[in-house]
Design a protein around this ligand. Structure first.
Ligand code: NDP
Length: 244
């Protein structure tokens, strides 16, 4: 059966690859981007039948509301899967001693409160699928948000704000998972691997070992095979459980 997805941060990188692979399966995808005209890659995929381009800035309430209304009007039967992928890396190389309050707030606004606001606004669209259908939410986290796996403290060059934001996102995942379990939702955090994208354009980033296509194929396979036991979990792109 054809599934309907929403993907945020679909202009490039991991988000765009999700849109490509979802479209290639013949499923329907609402590809949310801050500036729909800025992404040639996405423009080439939009056909307004299976792939729809939607303007969405995850830090702007007005934009989130408008996006929810537009998707709701186009998806009268609702949406099965929300992929909260939009995220920023913040300033590279900052540690806990030199990260400012402004830096934390900037990164949290996209990576934590942005995800929360988008998820809250899109819940009615997911709920349209009814109690009998499983609704799935993937929050794009990172191994850098894993407290248990924080061994070196250098965050692979990413600043403290990024690592702390992904740890906070993981708690947000758990709390939404707990809240929505009775409504037949599965909400989980995903680590996409270390993938060569704009986000990892820094010294060492060229060594990123995970191919975009493998990361997304693995994450889509996990989405396909999720069970109720996975609600509130944290998995890597191969579906392997991650430590919180
Ligand atoms: P990119 O920088 O290539 O893509 C980030 C995407 O997020 C872009 O589409 C960008 O849109 C969008 N975005 C940023 N801010 C906003 C906003 N306020 N509203 C809407 N969209 C926004 O990075 P990746 O593809 O690598 O990252 C995708 C996700 O994967 C992120 O959450 C990241 O933290 C996570 N991740 C990535 C890893 C990697 O190795 N690449 C590892 C672990 C996690 P725009 O074009 O408008 O800037």
């Amino acid at each position: 059966m054809v599934k309907t997805y929403i993907v945020t941060g679909a202009s490039r990188g991991i988000g765009l690859e999700f849109v490509e692979q979802i479209a290639a399966r013949g499923d329907i995808v609402f590809a949310c981007v801050r500036n729909p005209d800025s992404s040639k890659g996405l423009q080439a995929l939009i056909d307004n039948k299976r792939v729809f381009g939607i303007q969405l800035d995850a830090t702007c309430d007005k934009s989130i509301k408008a996006a929810a209304e537009e998707i709701s009007s186009k998806a009268s039967e609702g949406v099965d899967i929300l992929i909260n992928n939009a995220g920023i890396g913040g300033t590279m190389g900052l540690n806990v001693e030199n990260t400012s309050k402004e830096e934390y707030l900037k990164v949290f606004e996209t990576n934590v409160t942005g995800v929360s606001e988008v998820l809250k606004a899109f819940l009615p669209i997911l709920r349209k699928r009814g109690q009998e259908n499983v609704k799935k939410v993937l929050n794009m986290s990172s191994m850098l948000g894993s407290i248990a796996d924080m061994e070196t403290g250098d965050g692979l060059g990413f600043g403290s704000a990024y690592c702390v934001s992904k740890a906070a996102l993981n708690m947000l995942t758990k709390m939404f998972a707990s809240q929505l379990a009775k409504e037949n939702f599965i909400v989980y955090s995903s680590h996409p691997g270390w993938v060569k994208t704009e986000l990892v354009k820094h010294p060492g980033g060229d060594d990123a070992p995970t191919e975009k296509k493998d990361s997304i194929a693995g994450q889509l396979a996990k989405l396909d095979s999720l069970t109720a036991q996975d609600n509130g979990g944290f998995f890597d792109f191969n579906g392997k459980p991650m430590s919180w």
